[in-house]
Write a protein that binds this ligand. Structure first.
Ligand SMILES: Cc1ncc(COP(=O)(O)O)c(C=O)c1O
Length: 416
């Protein structure tokens, strides 16, 4: 298990107060906090070897270039990819999905093709496909959910009979916490002749992921959710696929040669990275992965499972709290993300009470409007989420805050 007290010392922000109370950060699904090891790596870059990459033939430029490339090698290893040629750096998971859509999708999807996604997707794995479907006159189809919690595998098998060209689904839901069986879903899609994109924005920070095992064609992730800075994310794609895909953005760095009328493209992965890249982001990503690896992804997962089980138990004791997503018996297939509603209390009011107690939680549609509005059937829900630095004591304080919110806002609330 993790030594959480020691981990907490690495996160300067956890010494901050919010509204005069020690900060309790329960919003790592939105973005994670950053350890000093990541902050220091970025600071070191600016203090001692800031230079543009790829072009300088002087020592600090070579060091910056080496560090940037090395960060991709480290990330490739971390997610079980073959090597850095399969890692395209982008701003975030959203841009990673858009890149796959704009490059592979634009080249391969034609009128009448089917695109299959699930009903538990984040907007970033819905809207780019809607845009592509509209542009190409393709059909956007959805995999149904079972009890509003998990992928309906029967419906998935049936929809695959429609022979979609690509299937895109989240590895783990940012609302329900559901962890999907990406390996099985990929295998089924491939057998049906479809390509597969997995949205790994919520899985990569919290559990061991392996491209070799999952076998997907594309995988998207965001650095800022896994201890790295904002503005760095990655699209993993199989090398042979990236070779065939056209670049989306033209300009410096992504070319091998440029003439007045024609240009040729750089080798992988640089063909997809035009202009000056987020060098500090790459360096921060390397430091973040090093930190996660040192803790061990299996131990991180166990810690979060422990917290999630505890929180689910505490919340289930409150008859005025409704928890969404899989229950405690399915904890092996559930992330440390708990969406909930307090009977008679709007989620924004609950968030305000949490804020006054120094607790950061999120409320709203969580960028999953179709799921929250049409499946969960609420305008907004509250969400608390856990990471390596959270404790059971923090969950206890959050549960107390729920009681306060209920007392303050719920009309006709029974005494709590
Ligand atoms: C499941 C999922 N996919 C994609 C994203 C988009 O991530 P980003 O905003 O970093 O692009 C998020 C963000 O919360 C997410 O939870």
């Amino acid at each position: 298990m993790l030594d959480v007290e020691r981990i907490r010392k690495d996160f300067p922000i956890l010494r901050t107060k919010m509204n005069g109370k020690p900060l309790i950060y329960l919003d790592s699904t939105a973005t994670s906090q950053k350890p000093r090891q990541v902050i220091n790596a970025i600071s070191r870059f600016y203090r001692s070897y800031n230079a543009n990459i790829h072009r300088g033939i002087y020592q600090i430029a070579e060091k910056a270039t080496d560090e940037y490339i090395d960060s991709k090698t480290v990330l490739a290893k971390f997610i079980g990819a073959k090597g850095y040629r399969e890692i395209v750096y982008v701003r975030n998971a959203t841009e990673a999905i858009n890149l796959a859509v704009l490059s592979w999708g634009d080249k391969n999807v034609v009128e009448g093709d089917r695109i299959l996604i699930s009903k538990m997707e984040h907007h970033s794995n819905i809207v780019p496909w809607q845009m592509l479907a509209k542009k190409k006159n393709a059909v956007l189809d959805y995999i149904e959910l079972r009890d509003g919690k998990t992928i309906d595998m029967g419906d998935y098998a049936k929809k695959l009979e429609g022979r979609p060209k690509i299937v895109a689904f989240t590895h783990a839901s940012n609302v329900l916490g559901t962890i999907n069986d990406a390996q099985l879903m990929t295998k089924m899609a491939h057998e049906a002749g479809a390509m597969v994109l997995v949205d790994g924005a919520q899985s990569a920070p919290h559990m061991r992921v392996s491209m070799r095992e999952i076998g997907c064609d594309f995988f998207a992730l965001s650095g800022h959710k896994m201890l790295a800075p904002t503005g760095i994310g990655a699209l993993y794609a199989k090398e042979e696929l990236l070779e065939e895909m056209p670049p989306v953005y033209g300009g410096g760095d992504m070319i091998r040669s440029v003439g007045f009328q024609e240009s040729t493209w750089n080798e992988l992965p640089w063909k997809f990275e035009s202009g000056t890249q987020n060098i500090e982001g790459g360096i921060g990503m390397k430091a973040a992965i090093r930190y996660l690896k040192k803790l061990g992804m299996d131990d991180i997962r166990e810690h979060e499972k422990d917290l999630t089980g505890y929180a689910l138990k505490r919340l289930c004791e409150l008859d005025y709290v409704k928890v969404y997503g899989p229950g405690i018996k399915d904890i092996d297939h559930r992330l440390g993300v708990i969406a909930f509603g307090i009977d008679g209390v709007h989620s924004h009011d609950a968030a305000a009470i949490f804020d006054s107690e120094g607790i950061a939680i999120r409320s709203g549609h969580h960028c999953a409007m179709p799921l929250v509005r049409e499946i969960i059937n609420e305008a907004a829900v509250s969400r608390m989420s856990f990471y390596i630095y959270n404790t059971k004591q923090e969950i206890d304080i959050a549960v107390e805050a729920i009681g306060k919110a209920r007392k303050m806002f719920a009309r006709n609330a029974s005494p709590v």
